[in-house]
Design a protein around this ligand. Structure first.
Ligand code: HEC
Length: 154
């Protein structure tokens, strides 16, 4: 049997191997270096921490809980791309990198968190479809914003 002039069985075998490989590989998180995290630099009240962990850490940290559909070929690349971009913009597991850019940069980043929440831009929409509890209530937004405005160094 032929498919587009190619023998079907070898082609099917190669496609199967590619799909299998994709199904078996889930992205690995880089190790968290405790001394570099935002927790190591700033005092974060427990309720604010809970909100951030629930709604932001899957993309903006090295503590991503990769869902089962990360194994679906095609989806994995899309998800990984989101997380990679998210970590480039804001990585709560590497706050030291932000601090190294200067205290002003670090504060601007905190202000950015509040702004994204007030404009209802984060977490990004498709994440909210799949994680119904990720959206922040208006009260939670204000709670996080109060913290970003007054966050104290450890
Ligand atoms: C599903 C992944 C995902 C989740 C969850 C998520 N973000 Fe993001 N975030 C992104 C991506 C991707 C970007 C990069 C900009 C873009 O593509 O929109 C980003 C960018 C940002 C930025 C930088 C914006 C800029 O213009 O520089 C901030 C601040 C931010 N997110 C805050 C948050 C906060 C706070 C939460 C939790 C309430 C959160 N994000 C949850 C994916 C996510």
């Amino acid at each position: 049997m032929k498919l587009l002039g190619l023998p079907l069985v070898p082609v099917a075998a190669v496609v199967f191997c590619i799909l299998l490989r994709s199904a078996l590989t889930v992205p690995e998180n880089p190790p968290v270096q405790t001394g570099r995290t935002i927790e190591a630099h700033l005092i974060i009240p427990a309720d604010v921490h809970r909100i951030l962990r629930r709604s932001c850490y899957d993309c903006h940290s090295y503590q991503t809980r990769w869902p089962w559909y990360t194994r679906v070929p095609g989806l994995s690349q899309a998800l990984y791309g989101d997380v990679k971009r998210a970590r480039e913009h804001l990585n709560l597991s590497d706050w030291s990198a932000k601090v190294a850019e200067g205290q002003e940069e670090a504060q601007a980043s905190l202000n950015g968190i509040c702004e994204e929440l007030r404009t209802d831009s984060m977490p990004i929409r498709h994440y909210r479809w799949l994680h119904r509890d990720a959206k922040l209530s208006p009260y939670e937004v204000e709670r996080v914003c109060r913290w970003t405005a007054t966050a104290k160094q450890r």
